[in-house]
Design a protein around this ligand. Structure first.
Ligand code: MF3
Ligand code: CO
Length: 250
């Protein structure tokens, strides 16, 4: 499929969707604590998405059953909320949420500590992953390439001794949750499709503390690290504009 560029009014609509995603993620972030189950987060998210007048983007996408993906520790992405997954001190949880409002999608994720003392190595994994997204956003400019975006993530991650997941990538987003182009978190500067005005990209680095390998559990959704190492994930929707990158999920 061709890459669909968005007009300024369309980007404004996506910003409205993005604000709702951010509001939901902020509410959930305040809830994250030992003893809370990932299903508690799911219920709060669904109530809050509907209260804000949007619809969840993930529930019913293929056969995905929930409005959130909640991925703990060695889970990379697409963990399914469950009453039985109760958060514990020292764990990390990635919360990924998407909504659709007035026909336009937004999608964002954060990785949060549970409680207040992460092992230093785990805290560093989370910080580096977040910084890698910030770096990628900084190069998401007209005339740069998808390779520049991927390289920005990969160079920082690998310089810190961590690794980038290859099996899952970011994506274009707009009137569908997943549009072209694919947005890998690895690449070579100057290579790949050139960024043009009006593209909107969901940039979402997935970073493993150990080796890059991933596999999917028998539930057909939950992606985990092959080596059992912890993994972190952050995501923003970013519009490529003449004023530079604009984060729609800020
Ligand atoms: N942020 C993820 C993505 O963009 C979440 C998708 S979950 C799904 O791929 F259920 F909708 F697939
Ligand atoms: Co996404």
């Amino acid at each position: 499929m061709p890459i669909v560029c968005k007009s300024a009014p369309e980007i404004e609509k996506m910003r409205r969707s993005g604000r709702i995603v951010r509001q939901v993620l902020d509410e959930l972030s305040a809830m994250v604590a030992p003893g809370v189950s990932t299903m508690d987060l799911e219920r709060a998210a669904e109530a809050s998405i509907r209260r804000l007048g949007a619809r969840p983007a993930f529930k019913g996408y293929f056969d995905y059953p929930c409005v959130l993906c909640t991925s703990l520790n060695e889970e990379i992405v697409h963990g399914i909320p469950s009453e039985r997954r109760v958060l514990k001190q020292g764990e990390i949880v990635s919360i990924d949420c998407g909504v659709v409002l007035d026909g336009y999608y937004a999608d964002a994720a954060v990785t949060l500590p549970v409680g207040n003392h992460l092992k230093p190595e785990v805290a560093r994994l989370v910080e580096v992953t977040k910084s890698s997204l910030d770096r990628a956003i900084q190069v998401a400019r007209i005339g740069n390439t998808l390779g520049d975006v991927g390289a920005a993530v990969q160079e920082l991650v690998e310089a810190n001794g961590f690794s980038v997941v290859r099996e899952f990538v970011g994506h274009g987003i707009g009137t569908r949750l997943h549009e072209d182009p694919q947005v890998p978190n690895y690449g070579t500067r100057g290579h790949g499709a050139r960024l043009r005005e009006g593209m909107v990209l969901a940039i979402e680095p997935m970073v493993n503390a150990g080796k890059p390998g991933a596999r999917v559990l028998p539930d057909k959704w939950t992606a985990v690290t092959e080596d059992g190492s912890y993994s972190a994930h952050f995501e923003h929707c970013v519009a490529i504009t003449t004023d530079g990158p604009q984060v729609l999920t800020a």
